[in-house]
Ligand binder design. Structure first.
Ligand code: SF4
Length: 376
């Protein structure tokens, strides 16, 4: 198959989450477990013989959720709860909800009352990873998740199961890093829309199948001549860049996403895993070692300096801030790294995004103006 067809196939998978999950269930024979944003030790779910799938909200009418969550809560949590209340997640075996922000904590408190199926597992994280008990706390959470999943499947999760899952996820993370880097040589084929959808597909597929497909795609692309693109080279930062029509505005203006600092994308796999210790320890350190991330306490916040470094490394023209409406942690971070970017003379485009918006025309105009401002 040609690279374009492989890109199209994975983009289609990323564009249609429910269909992709159902197909993955059919092909793998595994029962799906929903994973709320932002970081979960998916390897433990995979080691249990289950299929971890991402639940990142989406556009939906809000008719039920107001009984349980305030209107000023972020739209990812509101959409996820609305869908659960309407039974859209009933086909899942379980849902795992972590506690990265106040929205998630308050949602988790109400979830048990509002949503009876599927079974919900809480994954509590220590915001401060520098206290002496943090590692033990994460290890305890990981073991609790392991026990809960074993109860669901009726079989223990062995060390060998964990090791196999961890190795597979390492291959997956390596493939994702390679893919992100390839955008620089193939910015037309891997334009902002395709780039996002291909990576998004990973959330809904068996990681083994996905990793094989992604590697095949990249090998096919490497056989084709390198491409050039005329538009601005930028680094998006934030939770994610959606809806797709917003990404289309970037594509129309020939933008290249030379790297990203997005929770849904590179923040998931950019941190190298430790090579020593048990799998459970390595999984805990994947959280402990994350830097420049909104959702963890970091005394000297490194997000700004990381962005400036990435801009220099990729000769980027600017940074695009994708601010999801009412995402408190992201809003708290913004003034700090904005000041640092301004001092380093890095142009910034700030976009306030509501996934429920019907039109992106205002944002489209600002994206176009930013491209013109950068003289591209
Ligand atoms: S507040 Fe931000 S981090 Fe928390 S659930 Fe909403 S979008 Fe995600």
């Amino acid at each position: 198959m040609k690279a374009a067809e492989l890109i199209q196939a994975l983009s289609d998978a990323g564009r249609t989450p429910k269909q992709t999950i159902l197909r993955s269930i059919q092909e793998s024979g595994k029962r799906p477990v929903g994973c709320f944003p932002i970081y979960l030790p998916e390897e433990i779910i995979y080691a249990a013989g289950l299929l971890p799938v991402g639940l990142w909200g989406g556009k939906t009418s809000m008719t039920e959720v107001d009984r349980y969550i305030q209107g000023f809560c972020c739209s990812i949590m509101r959409a996820d709860m609305e869908l659960a209340l309407r039974g859209a997640y009933n086909f899942l075996e379980a849902i795992v909800i972590p506690t990265y922000c106040d929205s998630m904590k308050s949602l988790l408190a109400n979830w048990g009352i509002a949503v009876k199926t599927p079974k919900t597992l809480a994954y509590i994280i220590p915001q401060n990873r520098y206290s002496s008990g943090s590692l033990d706390f994460i290890l305890y959470q990981n073991e609790a998740l392991r026990t809960s999943l074993s109860e669901i499947t009726g079989r223990p999760i062995t060390e060998a199961d964990l090791e196999d899952a961890f190795q597979l996820y390492e291959q997956y993370r390596a493939a994702m890093r390679r893919f992100v880097a390839m955008v620089n040589d193939y910015p037309v084929s891997l334009n902002p829309v395709n780039r996002h959808l291909v990576m998004k597909a990973a959330w809904f597929m068996d990681k083994k199948v996905y990793t094989e497909k992604l590697n095949t795609l990249m090998d096919a692309l490497l056989k084709e001549p390198k491409e050039t693109e005329t538009g601005p080279r930028v680094i998006p930062t934030g939770l994610m860049v959606e809806p797709v029509k917003l990404l289309e505005a970037f594509r129309e203006n020939h933008f290249v996403f030379v790297e990203d600092d997005l929770a849904q994308e590179s923040r998931q796999f950019r941190t190298p895993s430790r090579t020593t210790g048990t799998v459970m320890e390595k999984l805990a350190y994947r959280l402990m070692d994350l830097r420049g991330d909104t959702f963890f306490y970091e005394e000297n916040k490194s997000r700004g300096s990381r962005l400036i470094e990435a801009v220099k490394q990729h000769k980027a023209d600017g940074v695009v801030v994708c601010m999801y409406k009412f995402c408190d942690p992201e809003e708290f971070d913004y003034p700090i790294y904005k000041k640092e970017l301004e001092e380093a003379h890095v142009p910034i485009l700030y976009l306030e995004i509501d996934p429920q918006m019907d039109s992106v025309e205002q944002l489209r105009t600002r994206i176009q103006s930013f491209a013109e401002m950068l003289n591209k």
